[in-house]
Write a protein that binds this ligand. Structure first.
Ligand SMILES: *Cc1c(COP(=O)(O)O)cnc(C)c1O
Length: 394
């Protein structure tokens, strides 16, 4: 049965939201294996190898913790394992997801300072550096940045954020949300000196929702020894002790781990540099289409364009949600909605995960047909611009 349509629709649904993304057949087949004894010998062998392989996509030699939870859980784990009540944290308002993480920090009893943006670019690195230089008493315990802000299609430069911390000689932990960038865009946990990387299963990793991750530096592990925020389910300590032999302190999401194993194989067989180049190329093709339509991307800084999604502004007086509804109804495609202050102002094209050139062209065709069908003012030719670029004649 089709779960996603109330009426039968021929052809495959186009799930082009920026997560959850399309799950490759090989991953679905892997998930469709019998659940095994998670305390038995086969499980331990599988999980031990899996935990090793998982480090490659984070570009880290350190441990990566896996939770049976959505990405929000891994946000909470990052904060509660490293910080204490009343700790000051410097966060960057890049968009809706950064705002949710900041609200979580408040609810947990932390004291976030929020550096603003106009939601059209990545984190303001100069402002981060200035604030850290100002903080001579080192009251700021962590800097938290969303690498790829999924609500706006803007990416923050984590290498530059690292340099800002170093230039200010500030000892704060660096925590980065890579939920919609990991395994789509180049990301280097070790090289960029990140202390906790937060990730999720349902975006670049091409899995269904249900797993999330913390990659953890030695400095973060040391901080966890004295951190006093209450934690139990999220505690790294019990998790890492059990993981050392391939087991978990509570029942893991066994079948999603089979899927993760298959997804990692797919990514490593393609080669991470090729995966990143594919996403860059699809993002460029999409932006050329948007430009040819005479529309604007939400991201206004060319250095911050996301390679995993493109948020497109609809002209003043038009409704992005009405456009998305027409595209769903007529062409059986789901696009991402506008979140927070961008509600009804943008639609978001997900081009991350398991995506080939023709799927992207189908997606852009659906958008162009939708713009016409919904009466949104635009110029034709976006699809043409994208196909010229993808076929090498641009
Ligand atoms: C999707 C997403 C989240 C939320 O993750 P859930 O799995 O829905 O809990 C957080 N941050 C970013 C950047 C995201 O893209």
């Amino acid at each position: 049965m089709a779960y996603y349509r109330s009426k039968p629709t021929p052809g495959r649904h186009f799930l082009q939201i920026p997560g959850p993304t399309n799950v490759p057949d090989r991953v679905l087949r892997a998930i469709d294996n019998p659940t095994m004894d998670h305390r038995g010998p086969d499980f331990g062998r599988m999980a031990k190898a899996l935990l090793e392989k998982l480090r490659l996509v984070f570009q880290t030699r350190g441990p990566v913790v896996i939770y049976p939870a959505s990405g929000t859980g891994a946000w909470e784990a990052a904060l509660t394992n490293t910080l204490s009540p009343g700790d000051r944290v410097l966060m960057c308002e890049t968009g809706w997801f950064a705002t949710l993480w900041k609200e979580m920090a408040e609810r947990l009893g932390l004291v976030p300072e929020f550096i603003g943006t106009d939601w059209r670019r990545g984190a303001d690195v100069a402002a981060i550096e200035a604030r850290l230089r100002d903080d001579r008493g080192h009251l700021v315990k962590a800097v938290c940045v969303v690498h790829n802000e999924t609500s706006t299609g803007c990416t923050s430069r984590i290498d530059e954020v690292r340099r800002a911390l170093d230039a200010a000689r500030h000892p704060a932990l660096l925590m980065v949300d890579t939920i919609s960038s990991l395994a789509s865009m180049d990301y280097r946990h070790d090289e960029w000196g990140v202390d906790v990387t937060v990730a999720g299963s349902q975006k670049g990793l091409m899995l269904p929702p249900g797993l999330s991750f913390n990659a953890v530096s030695e400095k973060a592990l040391r901080a966890s020894e004295t951190a006093r925020l209450p934690r139990s389910f999220w505690d790294w300590k019990a998790m890492l002790a059990a993981n050392a032999t391939g087991y978990f302190p509570y029942t893991p999401a066994t079948n999603l781990l089979y899927g993760l194993d298959a997804a990692l194989d797919l990514l490593l067989e393609e080669g991470l540099p090729n995966v990143f180049a594919r996403h860059d190329r699809h993002a460029e093709a999409t932006r050329r289409a948007v430009r040819a339509w005479g529309l604007e991307t939400q991201c206004a800084d060319p250095r911050h364009h996301s390679s995993s999604l493109t948020a497109v502004r609809v002209p003043e007086g038009h409704s992005a949600d009405a456009l998305r509804a027409v595209i769903l109804e007529r062409f059986n495609m789901s696009l991402g909605n506008g979140l927070g202050q961008l509600r009804d102002r943008v639609f978001r094209i997900g081009h991350l995960g398991d995506l080939g050139d023709l799927q992207l062209m189908g997606t852009l065709s659906g958008v162009e047909m939708g713009l016409r069908a919904a009466g949104v003012p635009h110029r034709p030719g976006g699809v043409q611009a994208a196909l010229e670029f993808l076929s090498g004649n641009a």
